[in-house]
Design a protein around this ligand. Sequence first.
Ligand SMILES: Cc1cc2nc3c(=O)[nH]c(=O)nc-3n(C[C@H](O)[C@H](O)[C@H](O)COP(=O)(O)OP(=O)(O)OC[C@H]3O[C@@H](n4cnc5c(N)ncnc54)[C@H](O)[C@@H]3O)c2cc1C
Length: 269
Amino acid sequence: MNSFDYRRATSAAQATAWLREDPDAKLLAGGQSLLAAIKLRLAAPSLLIDLQGMPELQAIREDGQGVWIGAMCTHASAAASPLVRKRLPMIARLAQGIADQQVRNRGTMGGSLANADPAACWAAGVLAMGGVICTDRREIAADDYFCGLFTTALEPDELLMGVRFAPADQAHYLKFEQPASRFAMVGVAVARQGASVRVGLTGLGHGTNRWPEAEQALAREFAPKSLSAIQLDVELATGDLHASAQYRAHLAGVLARRAVAQAMTLNGT
Ligand SMILES: Cc1cc2nc3c(=O)[nH]c(=O)nc-3n(C[C@H](O)[C@H](O)[C@H](O)COP(=O)(O)OP(=O)(O)OC[C@H]3O[C@@H](n4cnc5c(N)ncnc54)[C@H](O)[C@@H]3O)c2cc1C
């Protein structure tokens, strides 16, 4: 690894000031992606700004605006939170299905959303739930946040503080795992809130996206059969050593139907 400086921030103002001082500085959450990138020399930050010293980023709470999950909540803490399990059960299950226990204990929701890996689980869940991504300076709708492969609407000096979720009436996330990492070869999150249905796709290769045709069909009737005539455009998927584009597009349909079936039986709880 290249050498770098290390500082631990105690406030959002301090973290962002340090980011502005040094354009080669990077925020450090759990290090689950960033440290690997540094070891592979894909990243060479001059300074790591650790966010572990900011307890407000680890909060999970409910207020009049919905359920708040702080950026530094680990996958394990989100999965174990009684509030998340009760009010956002799809999110709790999604977090519990990420990687292995070690990664879940260190990896964070904020790090995952900032990294925007095209096979990440949180992205599909946040998109389907219509989460609001809150930073140190603004609120970004999930639809405006994900901008493609490893790309988000965050500015280089912007700190993701947390995400606000409105609980869904029915929701479920399913992924077909890449067996070594448990990243999604394809993942589909489905959420119904009243008459509105949102479907978030991950793992297809181009980043996280919604699936409008499936959403419209499910808004007419929220049942697996509504998707029987719908196929994902193969152009929306890419192939790699794990799966072809055709296989991924097919999986998206299979997983979407199964996710709807399970959402109906789970009834949001
Ligand atoms: C073996 C393995 C298996 C995995 N399997 C899965 C899986 O099945 N599903 C899945 O979804 N993910 C998976 N992951 C990813 C994991 O979930 C982590 O969440 C992800 O790697 C991000 O890690 P982190 O939270 O430690 O962030 P870091 O690695 O510390 O940071 C990642 C990036 O986000 C930036 N960042 C961090 N926090 C903030 C913030 N608050 N504001 C702005 N920028 C920020 C950092 O500067 C950095 O660029 C896996 C990872 C590993 C190593």
